[in-house]
Design a protein. Structure first.
Length: 385
């Protein structure tokens, strides 16, 4: 995947953290790991959780290690790594999921925390590892109480990073400028809700869907400390945040808003998209457009060309041939069409209303079989240096 070669120094630090890591091929994780809160204040409790996704999954042991480094504000260097915890839960201890450890005293100012959870099933050769890095608040040079940083120099905040930025899909969450007004909260009081929503999108969106969960070690999620704007009522354009030069490394940009639009929007050429706060279905649907080139599968959807990994076709024979190639039953094929524009008619192979590209809103379903093909393909592209 071709990327802009400029990286803020913070990203170079993340590169160093993950430089010795590698992607865990052919792993189908039956667990997800996530911390809470997603962007914690310094010296406040942080919990680390391992959640079960398969009731038939049996564990032998779970190993948790937590370390942190504090950022040196004068350069790109960091202080020596501090080990907070090394702990193992054995089967003999009766492992009940979720496994949750709470670090009551929290972490210092400007810390970068990394936790590693090794999951060992009954079959030990199937062991795999969750490794996640996040920052504590305030986080320099995104924000600091001691030194005011110009908006255009503020850098994105890592809240759930799993890989070197050169070998991952980097997704940035941007608070849309309507959040403070429509949530009727003064100043920055809306931010806790924004952060909670980001965690919900990661935990019960990306990490819950089987196709994106399989890529659990190829995603990096960041929060932008500067607001953006989508001009829904005027020309429908996205206004880039004032720190646009600091976020060029990102692959997609999720503008999280509160206002109830009659539809969400994705701008494919810039991979910017909107999603209402806490609306997991809308988020995963628009993510499908922005990252994976997927078309709509609504009843009145329209044909969207994708010559690489399509999920709709304007020709029945082409749809049947693709179904044969990826071993999807063509008998499930459905014709959807815009009654007013026949050129929009298209055939879909994913289960009708059983794929997130045919739905939106609060509720969520998984990507269907054709969409999973696209997710797998494009995630491999994002993970190539």
């Amino acid at each position: 995947m071709c990327r802009n070669k400029y990286y803020p120094w913070m990203l170079l630090m993340l590169q160093a953290i993950f430089i010795t890591g590698c992607h865990q091929d052919k792993i189908k994780p039956e667990t997800l790991a996530i911390h809470n809160p997603i962007y914690p204040d310094y010296n406040t409790p942080v919990s680390f959780g391992l959640f079960f996704l398969n009731s038939q999954f049996s564990l032998s042991k779970v190993d948790l290690q937590i370390t942190y480094r504090t950022v040196n504000k004068t350069s790109s260097e960091t202080d020596p790594e501090q080990i907070v915890l090394n702990h193992t839960w054995h089967k003999s201890d009766t492992i009940n999921l979720p496994v949750i450890y709470s670090h009551a005293e929290g972490f210092p100012l400007n810390a970068v925390v990394t936790y590693t959870i090794k999951v060992t099933p009954e079959k030990e050769s199937d062991a795999y590892t969750h490794r996640v890095t996040f920052a504590t608040k305030p986080y320099y040079p995104a924000e600091t109480a001691e030194t005011e940083i110009p908006l255009h120099k503020k850098q994105p905040i890592p809240v759930y990073a799993t890989a070197d930025v050169n070998r991952a899909c980097n997704l940035l969450f941007v608070a849309e400028s309507d959040l403070p007004d429509l949530l009727r909260l003064p100043g920055n009081d809306y931010l806790p809700y924004f952060y909670m929503s980001v965690r919900e999108f990661i935990k019960n969106g990306v990490l819950l869907d089987r196709s994106t969960r399989k890529q659990f070690d190829k995603f990096n999620f960041f929060i932008n400390p500067v607001q953006g704007k989508y001009n829904y009522t005027t020309n429908g354009n996205f206004e880039n945040p004032q720190n646009s030069s600091e976020i060029l490394f990102c692959d997609a940009f999720a503008y999280i808003h509160q206002q109830e639009y009659d539809r969400e929007v994705t701008k494919l050429e810039t991979r910017q998209f909107t999603s209402r706060i806490f609306y997991k279905g809308s988020f995963m649907h628009e993510l499908g457009h922005a990252l994976f080139g997927l078309g709509d599968e609504y009843e009145h959807g329209k044909y969207f060309p994708n010559n690489t990994k399509p999920n709709n076709w304007n020709n029945e024979n082409n749809a049947r041939e693709y179904a044969r190639r990826i071993n999807v039953p063509a008998k499930n094929m459905v014709l959807v069409q815009d009654a007013d524009i026949m050129a929009n008619r298209c055939y879909i192979l994913c289960p009708y209303e059983g794929c997130i590209m045919g739905l939106s809103g609060i509720s969520i379903v998984e990507y269907g079989p054709c969409c999973r093909e696209a997710v797998n393909y494009y995630m491999e592209e994002y993970s190539m240096p």
